[in-house]
Design a binder for this molecule. Structure first.
Ligand code: NAD
Length: 248
């Protein structure tokens, strides 16, 4: 496939799970990919996987909570390949599970800084380069928890609802300038984030009508579609990939 031939893409949190699957898929479809993650070794491994498969990747260590790190990741795309057209703001953390009154303020701040402010800072850095390039497309990672709640997860749920709203507002800001911005809401996907936060996933599987967790590639397929020209009339949307979870 070559749907992204000539395009430059940036994926945050690309060292693991959904971000890694997305970076690998975009590269397989012809994009040159900036692989960004706060953990250098993880980003390096994704970069190696892309290059081993014959794709093009450059690796950047970047903390999604820091404006200067987003600026550096975008500058890397532009200096290496001349432009940036595609971005996936995927970096995210689960946070410490606790009922609201036991939630440490520090953990609330950390989840909001990465999951919400990180997406804002990402778009703020990426959009000027896309305007320069004459257009682009962005996908922000929300969650089914951008539409419904969950126990012991106030910060995560708040951050993901906010990503959905921010995506709509940002899409309106750039609709006339050729930049499409959408959010994706995965159900529970078998990644280190879920396996680190949930000891026994069997009960969680039962919450999905399809009775299993999703795979990272089932989410990256939606992300790649939204970034592609096939989705040329889609902006400001929130698209679940959840095995029927939110249909119940
Ligand atoms: P993951 O833990 O497998 O991967 C997340 C990656 O982000 C890791 O490589 C990690 O190093 C990186 N990261 C963490 N903090 C960072 C920071 N401050 N700056 C840059 N990188 C950072 O997680 P995943 O399951 O692939 O989740 C990816 C995104 O999808 C997250 O936004 C998550 O909230 C969302 N999501 C996941 C699920 C799921 O069930 N796995 C469901 C809904 C939404």
């Amino acid at each position: 496939m070559s749907g992204f031939d000539g395009k430059v893409a940036l994926v945050t949190g690309a060292g693991s799970g959904i971000g890694r699957a997305t970076a690998v898929q975009l590269a397989a479809e012809g994009a040159r990919v900036v692989v960004s993650d706060v953990v250098s070794q993880l980003a390096q491994a994704t970069g190696d996987e892309i290059r081993d498969a014959g794709g093009e990747a450059v690796v950047v260590r970047a903390d999604a909570a820091l404006a200067q790190d987003h600026a550096r990741a975008v500058a890397t795309a532009v200096s290496r390949w001349g432009s940036l057209q595609l971005a996936v703001n995927n970096a995210g953390v689960a946070g410490v599970r606790a009922p609201l009154h036991e939630q440490a303020v520090e953990d609330w701040d950390r989840v909001i800084a990465i999951n919400l402010t990180g997406v804002f800072l990402g778009m703020r850095a990426q959009i000027p380069a896309m305007l320069e390039a004459g257009g682009g497309a962005i996908v922000n990672l929300a969650s089914i928890l951008g539409a419904v709640g969950r126990t012991n997860a106030v910060a995560y749920v708040a951050s993901k609802h906010a990503v959905v709203g921010m995506t709509k507002a940002a899409a309106l800001d750039y609709a006339e300038q050729g930049i499409r911005i959408n959010a994706v809401g995965p159900g529970y996907i078998r990644t280190p984030l879920v396996e680190g936060a949930i000891a026994d996933t069997a009960p969680i599987e039962q919450l999905h009508p399809v009775k299993r967790l999703g795979r990272p590639e089932e989410v990256s397929a939606m992300i790649a579609f939204l970034l592609s020209d096939k989705a040329s009339f889609m902006t400001g949307g929130y698209h679940v990939v959840d095995g029927g979870y939110t249909a119940q």
